[in-house]
Design a protein around this ligand. Sequence first.
Ligand code: NAD
Ligand code: UD1
Length: 345
Amino acid sequence: MTILVTGGAGFIGSHTCVELLNSNHEIIVLDNYSNSNIESLNRVKRLTGKDFKVYEVDLLDKEKVEEVFKENSIEAVIHFAGLKAVGESVEKPIYYYQNNIMGTLILTELMQKYCVHNLVFSSSATVYGDPKEVPISEDSPLYATNPYGRTKLMIEEILRDLYVSNNNWSIASLRYFNPIGAHESGLIGEDPKGIPNNLMPYITHVATGKLTELNVFGNDYSTPDGTGVRDYIHVVDLAKGHIKSLGKVLSTKGIEAYNLGTGQGYSVLELVDAFEKASGQKIPYKIAPRRSGDIAECYADPAKAERELGWTTVKSLEEMCIDSWRWQKKNPDGYLTKAAYMSGH
Ligand code: NAD
Ligand code: UD1
C-alpha cells in the first residue's frame, strides 16, 4: 500500500516525502511543476537512498489522475497541490478557484471511486482571517479575506460535507502557520519564483546580495516592537506533523482540523535579529508602509495537535535561521543551481 503525495515536489511536500520515506512508507508523487522543479524530487531520492514513482500530471487532468489510481494501490493521500500566493489570487481569482477547488474535487471524486478514504489536506492559518485573540485555537471563528484563503476555507467545508455523506472518510485538515527553514542537509528548501513575497526568503535573498534591503511592512502595529508577529515553524517539524496526522487518519474515521504551529510568536525585527546572529550576515532594512491585507499578530494554540496527534515542534528559531541560510548559500539560484552545487562549488 502506498501514499499518494500531490504537490510533492514543492517546499513542504518535498520535506514531507523525506519524512515519509524515512518512516518506511512507500510513496508516489503527482505534480505539474507549476511552482516547483523535478530536481527537488531527485534530491529527495538522493537524501533518502530510496526510489519512488513520479507522475508529471495536472490535478485538473482527470483522465491522467485516474490512471494514477488505476496503476497503484493507494491507501491514503496527502494533498499539498495548490496555488498559494495571496496577491496573485486577488488578481487571478478564477485561476485560484479552478486550480485549488477543482483540483480537490477531481481528486476526492476519484478517491471515492477507488475507495481511498484517507486524506491529509494542506489548509492554512489564513482560514482564521484577522483573529480576535491569540493564541488561536481550532474553534476560533473562520473567515477568509482573499481568494486564496477562501479556497482553503471552501475546501475544508467540502471535506466536511464529504464526511457527512460517507462516514468511511478519515480526514485531517492541517492549518499551517508560517513554515520556514530547510532540511539540514541543505539539499532541499524553499525555492520561490521571482522576488519572494514571504519574509524569510526575502531575508535570505538580501543576505546573498540578490536584493539590497528588506522593507519592513509597518512598525505601528499594536505589538511589542510595532512590527507584525507570526508563528514561524521549521518545515521539518511541519513535515513530521504530517506523519503523525497520517497515522491518526489511518487508524480512525472522522474529520478534524489541527493547528500546526509552535505556539510562539516572533516579530519581523526579532526574526531579522535571529537571522543576523545565526548567519553572521547584516540585513539592511527600512520601515515601509503596511502591506495591504496584513494582520498584526497570528500564532497558534497547538495543544490539540499535541493531545490528539502526539506532535510537538522541537526546532528553535535559531535552527530555522541556520537551515534557511545553509539552503540559500548552497543554492543561490534554488534548484537551478544544480550544476554548481553538484560539482561542490
Ligand atoms: P509549493 O508551491 O512549493 O508546493 C505546491 C506544489 O503543488 C507545487 O509543486 C506545484 O507545482 C504543485 N501544484 C500546484 N497546482 C497543481 C496542480 N493543479 N496539479 C499538480 N500539481 C500542482 O507550496 P508549499 O509551500 O509547499 O505549500 C503546500 C501546500 O500548503 C499548498 O496547498 C499551500 O497552499 C499550503 N500552505 C502553504 C503555506 C506556506 O507558507 N508555504 C502556508 C499555509 C498553507
Ligand atoms: C502570508 C500570506 C498568508 C500565508 C502565509 C504563509 C499574505 C497577505 N498572507 O502571510 O496567506 O498563509 O504567508 O505562506 O501574503 N514582511 C515584511 N517584509 C517583507 C515580507 C513580509 O515586513 O518583505 C512581514 C509581513 O508584514 C508579516 C511578516 O513579515 O508581518 C510575515 O510575512 P509573510 O512571510 O509574508 O507571511 P504572512 O504575512 O503571515
